[in-house]
Design a protein around this ligand. Structure first.
Ligand code: SAH
Ligand code: SF4
Length: 387
């Protein structure tokens, strides 16, 4: 028997394990080296379907296309911004759920070489319900599978984007800062990280991967044990429980000091610097008192603060802190010896904050959105290949 008994759609190349692929090939009388050849071939940046596996016999290519899916993503719609340096995609999965991922390219500047960051989703929706976040406002859909997580990276790796080039040697980062709370889907996210690490696949080093969490403490402790080389970002957003209870409702379960202590454990055990994410909301969490509280939380251990100007969601009751307000906040932190950076506001014009493009397209087919975008003269997403 050459067919495997799968429930649901056939497995995608991103989720098939090499042993099952080898067994399937062996049952068809194929030589042992084929499994490696197919897996590696399907991860080459220029390959966009089984038909492109030119070193595999044509009949086998057809059989592969029948037995497996090339991607667990059924359709994608991408739009561009920042002169083609940023592109955002809404991906539709086999059951119609939609998720988002973003590609950000940073050209070489001075001594810094060119780098690429891909921001991916870990869940369709999110149950944490942070009130400033479009994903949180839309509620929870379902967990993503490891394959669905990896396929977002493969989307930008494959034609027409080919954004990673040789993933094993390029300068790129993968950040779990799209839709969802990754540590509420830890098993599948950890498996996705291992798949991304796999040298037979993309071979992306763990040090190039960042998991951002709203503060799921047991998940942080699992990262220490299971993925100590992956970077950790903690979405803090407030330095008092009173305010954080409102901004990051999961704080009622794991309050500020508990989360900070988990971050300290992570940095002590792994030797890695933790990033404290802090979205700047005008008049709410950008006060001098909040800044002083943040100084106390951030001092004395290996962390740095990353300030993110709020990207207001449609109908939001809040707006982002002004440049002057951010500068003042930065000064309070810096003068107290806390390392602080301000994140650039990439992709504002394409609703690049988590969950926003998805919300805008809700109820429309991606094909319809593509056509409407073209008619309205929306900024086309510029493929990276050959750039
Ligand atoms: N759930 C995880 C990861 C996804 S959200 C987490 O919360 O960390 C990734 C980051 O985007 C978080 O720091 C989140 O607070 C931030 N974010 C969400 N909505 C935003 C908005 N409207 N403007 C700016 N940052 C936002
Ligand atoms: Fe979920 Fe993160 Fe959005 Fe909060 S900010 S609702 S945790 S995705």
């Amino acid at each position: 028997m050459t067919e495997l008994a799968f429930v649901g759609p056939p497995p995608a190349i991103s989720e098939i394990d090499p042993a099952s692929l080898a067994a399937w090939l062996q049952a068809r009388g194929e030589p042992a080296y084929r499994a490696d050849q197919v897996l590696r071939g399907a991860h080459r940046p220029e390959v966009s379907s089984f038909a492109d596996l030119s070193d595999v016999p044509a009949t086998l290519r057809e059989a592969l296309a029948e037995a497996f899916r090339f991607s667990s993503i059924r359709d994608s719609h991408a739009i561009g911004a920042d002169g083609g340096l940023t592109a955002k995609a809404v991906h539709e999965l086999a059951d119609g759920q939609r998720i988002e991922s973003v590609l950000m390219r940073y050209p070489a500047r001075g001594a810094a070489s060119e780098r690429t960051t891909i921001c991916i989703s870990s869940q369709a929706g999110c149950a944490v319900a942070c009130p400033f976040c479009a994903t949180g406002q839309a509620g929870f859909g379902r967990q993503l599978t490891p394959g669905e997580i990896v396929d977002q990276v493969l989307h930008w790796h494959r034609p027409p984007w080919q954004a990673l080039g040789d993933a094993a040697t390029g300068h790129y980062n993968i950040v779990f800062m799209g839709m969802g709370e990754p540590l509420n889907n830890a098993d599948r996210v950890f498996e996705a990280v291992r798949l991304l690490n796999d040298p037979q696949r993309l071979g992306i080093g763990a040090r190039h991967i960042t998991v951002s969490t709203s503060g799921v403490v047991p998940g942080i402790d699992r990262m220490i044990e299971e993925l100590p080389q992956v970077n950790l970002a903690l979405s803090l957003h407030a330095s008092t429980d009173e305010l954080r209870d409102e901004l990051v409702p999961i704080n009622r379960k794991w309050p500020v000091v508990t989360v900070i202590n988990a971050g300290r454990r992570f940095s002590e055990r792994t030797g890695r610097r933790v990033s404290l994410e802090y979205v700047m909301i005008d008049g709410l969490n950008d006060t001098d008192a909040q800044a002083s509280g943040l100084v106390e939380l951030a001092r004395g251990w290996r962390c740095h603060v990353n300030l993110i100007p709020l990207n207001p969601t449609p109908g939001s009751r809040w707006s982002g802190t002004s440049a002057a307000g951010i500068a003042r906040f930065v000064e309070i932190l810096r003068s107290a010896g806390v390392t602080v950076t301000v994140r650039d506001t990439r992709g504002r014009e394409i609703e690049a904050a988590c969950g926003q493009l998805h919300a805008q397209l809700s109820g429309r087919s991606l094909r319809e959105a593509r056509n409407a975008g073209a008619a309205a003269g929306a900024v086309p997403a510029v493929p990276v290949a050959g750039a």
